[in-house]
Design a protein around this ligand. Structure first.
Ligand code: GLN
Length: 215
C-alpha cells in the first residue's frame, strides 16, 4: 500500500463515536475520512472501527454492503484499529455476545485479531470508569472505559500492550485488575477504551498512523 506522509485513514461511520476519531486522526498526521460505502473503503490505507454498539454495527455492516469488502481488506492485511466495540468486531471470538432469537449471534466479528473478547466485561458495578494505564512504548495513557470489553485470551502472534493496573481508580472490583485492554497483531491494533475522548490519547492514534505508514 502507499506510504504517503499523510496516509488516508477511514473511520467506519455506520454508528458510534465517529467524529472524535476523525478529529484525533487529523491531529495525528492522517487525512481522516468517514467510511460508509464500499467505494470509500477502497480509497483508504487503514481503518478505525470506533466505539458504539457492536450488535448495531453487525446489522449495519450487512445492510450497508460493507461486510464483504471489509472482510477482504482485513484478510489482505489492511491496518485496522478497533476501539471498544471496534475491538469486539476485530476479535476471532466474542463471549457474552447476546444471542438473537433464531440463533443468529448478535455480534459477528471479523477474526482479524487472534483474541477472545468478552463484551461488557467489567460488569454492572463498574459500567464505566477511568484509570491510568502503562501502554507499551507510549508510557502512561489516561483511559476511559464505557461498558468496555476486555481480552480473555490471546493467540501466539498477539502482543499485549496494556492491562488494567492493580488498583484501578473507582473500579472497585478485583476482577478488573490485570485484565488485558490493548493488543496488537501485525497491523491490527485494538483497545478496550476510548483514546479519542481524552487529551494525550492521540498518542495511540499516532501509533496507528505509524503502523499505516510503515505498511
Ligand atoms: N458494550 C459495547 C459493545 O459491546 C461497547 C461499548 C463501547 O463501545 N463504548 O458493543
Amino acid at each position: 500500500m502507499v506510504t504517503t506522509a499523510r496516509p488516508a485513514i477511514g473511520v467506519l461511520a455506520l454508528q458510534g463515536g465517529v467524529a472524535e476519531h476523525l478529529a484525533a486522526l487529523e491531529r495525528s498526521g492522517a487525512e481522516a475520512r468517514p467510511v460508509r460505502r464500499p467505494e470509500e473503503l477502497a480509497a483508504v490505507d487503514g481503518l478505525v472501527l470506533p466505539g458504539g454498539e457492536s450488535t448495531a454495527m453487525t446489522r449495519l455492516l450487512d445492510s450497508s454492503g460493507l461486510r464483504e469488502p471489509l472482510e477482504d481488506r482485513l484478510a489482505s492485511g489492511m491496518p485496522a484499529f478497533g476501539s471498544c466495540a471496534g475491538m469486539v468486531l476485530l476479535a476471532r471470538d466474542v463471549v457474552d455476545g447476546q444471542e438473537e432469537a433464531g440463533g443468529q449471534p448478535a455480534v459477528r466479528p471479523f477474526g482479524a485479531l487472534d483474541v477472545i473478547v468478552r463484551r461488557n466485561a467489567f460488569g454492572r458495578q463498574v459500567d464505566s470508569f477511568e484509570t491510568e494505564l502503562e501502554f507499551a512504548g507510549l508510557g502512561p495513557v489516561h483511559a476511559v472505559f464505557i461498558r468496555a470489553p476486555w481480552v480473555d485470551k490471546t493467540g501466539d502472534g498477539v502482543e499485549v500492550l496494556a492491562r488494567v493496573p492493580e488498583a484501578p481508580d473507582g473500579a472497585g472490583q478485583q476482577e478488573a485488575a490485570g485484565r488485558i485492554v490493548a493488543v496488537q497483531q501485525g497491523p491490527v491494533l485494538a483497545v478496550a477504551f476510548h483514546p479519542e475522548l481524552v487529551s494525550g490519547g492521540e498518542r495511540v492514534h499516532r501509533h496507528f498512523v505509524q503502523i499505516v505508514r510503515a505498511h
